[in-house]
Design a protein around this ligand. Structure first.
Ligand SMILES: Nc1ncnc2c1ncn2[C@@H]1O[C@H](COP(=O)(O)OP(=O)(O)O)[C@@H](O)[C@H]1O
Ligand SMILES: CCCC(=O)OP(=O)(O)O
Length: 357
């Protein structure tokens, strides 16, 4: 069988689900979101402990859908919170697996993808790659300076979706990603904003550096944060959860569901309105920061991710930032397809995957 006629398996674990896709060339053969209930996940104290359960979920899904693993040519996994990596395709090798298993990385479900992919691929003798991983680092030298010598700024963003969206919007505008300057706000359970200048993501606002999000606190006053850490009231894990998981909308309104928040606002809940408007305000402020980095030379501001479905939120943000550049809304995220297309470019030899070192 021609390599191109074989199948591509795509694995994207999220905080509450594992999404898997199977593609033949550009066509989607299978797309499944396997939900993991809060009860099921509560059995695990660390993300890495979920490996077997999530791998079995992927294998069961392939079997239930009569996908023959022998027909796979490559597996494409979402790249996790590794030390800084280049954009594009990188092979999952033993070194990468060692780094992930060390447990030293920021906890994120995406770290499981490479582990699951390698476990399935090795007996089949096929390659596994990650593509535009969360730790894709194209920051300019000046952007890495944090203000405290002991802390370097990490480039942790929704690189996969934002780069794919940027390529798509550029093509719609009859140009190329490499020719344009875009600010892209990804509004999901976590929110990141990034400045893409001529095909490189040269500065970012990560999920702990800017706007709060449905479940994350974003940038909070650091002196007050230190006081809370040492108050004796909270242990390390509780503090981590207050920043990620129980921050943002969850902290103020007890839900990470933006649709639910909007229902409350429409029913006259003034507190919900203030908090949700504050989220829009902080997102707009982040977009403004990156506009200054580009000295105002921005071709488009793009709003993407699940909350980009919301007219209420996008209208509030537009109200603040429409003076910067035209605004394009690209609701949702297309991470499975973006991973598959990256894998396809490697299979076709249009792009070379790099070794992970
Ligand atoms: N139509 C909508 N209006 C407002 N918010 C929405 C809508 N659809 C989804 N969302 C919100 O988007 C967020 C999840 O976005 P998503 O990009 O799927 O995030 P993640 O991949 O991080 O889980 C949730 O807060 C969800 O409530
Ligand atoms: C840490 C930046 C990437 C991110 O937040 O991804 P999720 O929204 O999938 O958690």
């Amino acid at each position: 069988m021609n390599e191109e006629d074989k199948l591509i398996l795509v694995i994207n674990p999220g905080s509450t689900s594992t999404k898997i896709g199977v593609y033949k060339n550009e066509s989607e053969i299978l797309c499944k979101g396997i939900e993991h209930s809060a009860e099921e996940l509560s059995k695990y104290s660390k993300m890495l402990e979920q490996f077997e359960m999530r791998r079995d979920a992927v294998l069961d899904c392939l079997e239930e859908n009569d996908i023959d693993r022998g027909q796979l040519s490559i597996i494409v996994a979402r790249g996790g919170t590794l030390p800084p990596i280049d954009a594009g395709a990188v092979y999952v090798n033993d070194e990468m697996i060692k780094v992930i298993k060390s447990g030293a990385l920021a906890e994120h479900a995406s770290n499981l993808a490479a582990l699951i992919g390698k476990n399935i691929a090795d007996p089949l003798g096929i390659p596994v790659i990650i593509y535009d991983g969360v730790s894709t680092d194209e920051l300019s030298e000046i952007a890495k300076i944090s203000g405290m010598e002991a802390i370097t700024r990490d480039s942790l963003t929704h690189a996969l979706n934002t780069k794919a969206v940027a390529r798509k919007v550029a093509a719609e505008n009859h140009t190329r990603y490499e020719n344009v300057n875009y600010i892209i706000a990804h509004l999901g359970g976590g929110i990141t904003i990034s400045l893409h200048k001529k095909g490189k993501m040269i500065d970012i606002i990560s999920d702990d550096e800017g706007p709060f999000s449905p479940e994350r606190a974003g940038r909070v006053p650091c002196r007050r944060l230190i006081e809370l850490c040492y108050s004796g009231k909270y242990d390390y894990n509780t503090m981590r959860k207050m920043l990620r998981g129980k921050g943002g909308l969850v902290s103020y309104l007890g839900t990470n569901n933006a649709v639910e928040v909007e229902k409350r606002i429409k029913a006259g809940d003034e507190e919900a309105k203030l908090i949700y408007q504050a989220m829009a305000y902080q997102i707009a402020k982040g977009i403004g920061e990156l506009n200054v980095v580009a000295k105002g030379k921005i071709d488009e501001v793009i709003i993407t991710g699940g909350i980009a479905h919301s007219r209420m939120m996008t209208d509030w943000i537009k109200d603040y930032v429409s003076f910067i550049a035209p605004i394009t809304i690209v609701p949702g995220e297309n991470e499975l397809e973006s991973l598959a297309l990256g894998g396809l470019r490697v299979v076709r030899g249009e792009e070379k995957a790099r070794e992970y070192k």
